[in-house]
Design a protein around this ligand. Structure first.
Ligand code: ADP
Ligand code: MG
Length: 292
């Protein structure tokens, strides 16, 4: 492409909320055949809301929520914000947590009023010797609705289940239709459970789901698709997505997401509207036509 055609594409992109970092990003985009897309904050709004709290025998729902929220006050994860907000909406008084630790892709742990508290997925609890069998069926029922289920443990005992829902962005279904019309294969990549991911993917007609991926394995997954001969664009918003954005032939960050993601990406969608990818590809093809 000529410098002039790159300038034109850059300007048209910017006017449409699509920021290209460099000429390479513009030129490469038209060759992409696979879009790998993060679920939370990319396909969805990234602002989950509390839906359900289910205690096990011997615990009260408000106590489960109060402990979960007290612990999550120390976390910056969107899931944490949903739980803290849910507790505040109920007027529950939160307590300080000490020894707070975040296990990326798994959950959070800490001490509240002398009790050892864990909140996160089944892997986190099982790594700490806590079984979740009693909550497995209700958790799966929540996931089948596209919700994310988290388990609370208190002093080595499963105390309850907290479920949140993160609405799909209003622009996502149309974006997926347009991307399919361009012949792209769309792969969802998420740290969330397979059932939750598949429930969201089914409604969106996504081609493939890769779930339960730990944050540091996202880039590895992109690499594997590339090794299969795919030409990959990766769209994401989080710190966790940054290495995968850098690994992909084209990284696409949400302007609504973290700075780290934007720094690692060749393209930023200012408003996080995935239809911008189709726009960007049109501009990419237009630069090619200009040199013919
Ligand atoms: P995503 O890919 O959706 O951004 P993550 O990789 O951050 O998800 O987390 C994967 C899973 O780990 C979550 O679905 C949740 O079950 C658990 N988890 C991660 N962080 C937290 C947290 N702060 N509180 C509770 N659970 C968490
Ligand atoms: Mg995300």
């Amino acid at each position: 492409a000529t410098p002039m055609s790159i300038m034109v594409a850059t300007g048209k992109g910017a006017a449409a909320g699509v920021l290209f970092k460099n000429a390479e990003a513009i030129e490469t985009l038209r060759r992409v055949d696979t879009l790998v897309v993060d679920k939370t904050g990319t396909l969805t709004e990234g602002r989950p809301r509390l839906q359900e709290v289910m205690p096990t025998q011997g615990f009260a729902a408000d106590e489960v929520l109060r402990l979960a929220a007290s612990l999550e006050r120390g976390s910056e994860h969107p899931l944490a914000a949903a739980i803290v907000q849910g507790a505040q909406n109920k007027g529950l008084a939160l307590e300080p947590a000490t020894d707070f630790q975040a296990a990326p892709g798994k959950g959070v742990t800490g001490t509240i009023a002398g009790a050892h508290v864990l909140l996160g997925n089944a892997a986190l609890l099982s790594a700490n010797g806590v079984g979740t069998a009693a909550l497995a069926a209700p958790a799966e029922a929540q996931r089948a609705q596209g919700r994310t289920a988290m388990f609370l443990a208190v002093d080595g005992q499963a105390a309850g289940l907290v479920a949140v829902a993160d609405p799909v962005k209003a622009t996502t279904p149309e974006a997926i239709r347009q991307l399919h019309a361009e012949g792209l294969r769309i792969v969802m990549l998420t740290g969330d459970s397979e059932t939750t991911a598949k429930a969201v993917a089914r409604d969106l007609d996504i081609d493939e789901v890769i779930a339960g991926v730990l944050p540091d394995q996202k880039a590895q997954t992109v690499k594997r698709l590339q090794a299969e001969g795919r030409f990959v664009a990766m769209a994401g918003d989080g710190i966790n997505d940054a290495p995968a954005l850098a690994q992909a032939q084209v990284g696409i960050a949400m302007g609504t997401g973290t700075d780290v993601a934007m720094e690692s990406a060749g393209v930023t969608l200012v408003k996080g509207d995935l239809r911008g990818i189709v726009r960007a590809r049109r501009l990419s093809r237009a630069t090619l036509r200009n040199i013919r």
